[in-house]
Design a binder for this molecule. Structure first.
Ligand SMILES: Nc1ncnc2c1ncn2[C@@H]1O[C@H](COP(=O)(O)OP(=O)(O)OP(=O)(O)O)[C@@H](O)[C@H]1O
Length: 492
């Protein structure tokens, strides 16, 4: 029997898109078959989000042809979002839930349970939402307000909402960024089940391990152009993909140890109460220490308390030398609390040390500001048109570098970085790792909170395992990747 090749469900040809002077897409071809999980890869700024936005109609392409199923849609600058509503669901990087609506209302906003005469039945909607939450193993009330939920739950709800729409093509842009390992497993199970029913997925991720686990095919973009189109994932390995994304051979860095064991700790915590348990912790000069553990373990709370951004339920944070060091913070969600998108690089960085740059009478000393911000932008490798370019326009990697520059604005002795490379491509990742190592080499104490084994093993000289608001173990020195993975999975 001859197997007929399936007709594509998505066909994009020669798509171009320019934003001002940025040529985001320069003649990109992209094809997806029915029932295929197609990974779309590329460095930050390669054009992935723009391409899928042209597909879902959020952005109108300048030129090119888009075909979905049998329907030819000419991308001639007109918005065709309405035509696509029944064909495509697009889950974007940042959840777009309505904070003041309940979980149930958010889930069924587009197809609410309706009784006779068009009244919405809240009782039915809540019952249906409870059912959905149970299948996904999410332990929250359907009547909770979306604004009160954690990042992981918000992201899952956004995905569930899209999956429930029953469309043939789903775009998932960095869907696991805020998810725990367990939540990721549940998501992948659902994705596989829908794939078996013939649903196609466009999957954008900076986690290559996920791509190997879930995707069938891969397209790689570089500088707005296709460098690999629809290759079988099984025909590629991680190094080849990284090289294709970068356009050159990538050098993986190795961890170094700059810990000054002879000096007293820079920062110490004793008897800290995060919840149930108490925690003792210290970080030394030149040390890179990672806090690892499942979502909800308390590792983020511990980091925020150390950084002085959250009060503990008990216990104290102090410095053996008497004076608390200056601490820089890289918060976990850069979109929500890391930068102000409409402000430029200069203003964002200055926000980290307004008082320091004050020239008296509450005015900023512009000369000092320009020199200091320029220096920080260079050290953190920020690439922007100018220091005045709005940070919202920068690629994810450059936005994160601005967040680092802001954290360094006051010349801290300790830096606390939560998920320091979330949503950041391999190239920018290496640069940020280089920066953190550099800071440690100069004697700074570095505390990193991470869910990524690879990141931890490349950076941290010491890994502190947090579980149920207590420290349950530690890996020091020459620990292996296997030790780390086992400890992070809860095996003692
Ligand atoms: N609304 C916009 N205004 C100006 N420039 C934009 C806009 N959207 C995207 N760009 C620019 O277009 C280019 C491609 O961006 P895009 O977001 O598509 O990349 P990406 O591959 O999705 O990156 P990331 O991995 O960071 O999400 C970048 O240079 C980006 O700065």
């Amino acid at each position: 029997m001859v197997v007929e090749p399936k007709a594509p469900i998505v066909e994009m040809r020669q798509i171009t898109k320019t934003f001002g002077s940025t040529r985001a897409l320069r003649g990109v071809d992209f094809t997806v078959l029915p029932g295929e999980i197609h990974a779309l890869l590329g460095r930050n700024g390669a054009g992935k989000s723009t391409l899928v936005s042209c597909l879902s109609g959020i952005v109108a392409a300048d030129s090119g042809r888009v075909r979905i199923g049998q329907a030819d849609i000419i991308a001639n600058g007109e918005s065709y979002a309405a035509a696509l509503r029944d064909e495509i669901a697009h889950v974007q990087q940042t959840p777009r839930l309505f904070d003041l609506l309940t979980v149930a209302e958010n889930l069924f906003l587009e197809n609410p349970a309706v009784r006779r005469r068009g009244w919405v039945s809240h009782r039915q909607m809540i019952a249906r939402a409870a059912q959905v939450l149970e299948t996904w193993g999410i332990e929250i009330s359907p009547t909770a307000l979306a604004g009160q939920l954690g990042a992981g739950t918000r992201q899952l709800l956004e995905i569930i909402k899209a999956l429930n729409r029953g469309v043939p093509v789903m775009i998932l842009d960095e869907p696991t960024a805020a998810l725990s390992n367990a939540e990721k497993r549940v998501l992948f199970d659902h994705v596989r089940a829908l794939k078996a029913q013939g649903v196609s997925f466009v999957y954008i991720s900076h986690h290559l391990d996920e791509v190997f686990e879930i995707a069938d095919t891969v397209t790689i973009l570089r500088d707005g152009q296709t460098v690999t189109e629809r290759a079988a994932v099984s025909s590629l390995d991680v190094e080849t993909i990284a090289d294709l994304m970068m356009g050159q051979k990538t050098q993986r860095s190795v961890r170094e140890d700059f810990t000054d064991a002879s000096a007293p700790p820079l920062l110490e915590a004793r008897g800290l109460r995060l919840g149930k348990g108490t925690v003792d912790f210290q970080v030394r000069k030149g040390e890179i220490v990672a806090l690892a553990g499942p979502v909800g373990s308390g590792k983020e709370d511990l980091a925020m308390i150390l950084a002085g951004h959250k009060a503990p339920l008990g216990g104290r944070v102090f410095s053996p030398s008497g004076k608390l060091p200056v601490i820089g913070l890289v918060p976990t969600d850069r979109h929500a609390s890391g930068y102000v998108g409409l402000l430029g690089v200069r203003e964002n960085v200055t926000l980290g040390g307004l008082d320091l740059l004050s020239g008296g009478l509450g005015f900023i000393d512009r000369g000092r500001e320009a020199a200091h911000v320029g220096d920080l932008a260079r050290r953190t490798n920020v690439i922007a048109a100018s220091l005045e370019q709005p940070v919202g326009q920068l690629s994810g990697g450059n936005q994160q570098k601005v967040v680092f520059a802001r954290a360094l604005c006051r010349d801290p002795q300790v830096i606390v970085a939560l998920s320091p490379t979330r949503g950041v491509d391999v190239g920018a990742k290496e640069q940020l790792y280089g920066l953190l190592r550099d800071l440690a080499a100069k004697g700074m104490g570095v505390v990193v909170v991470s869910d990524e084994e690879d990141e931890i093993s490349q950076l941290a000289n010491r890994v502190v395992i947090v579980f149920e608001e207590e420290i349950v173990g530690e890996l020091v020195g020459d620990y292996s990747m296997k030790d780390l993975i086992l400890r992070m999975e809860g095996v003692a």
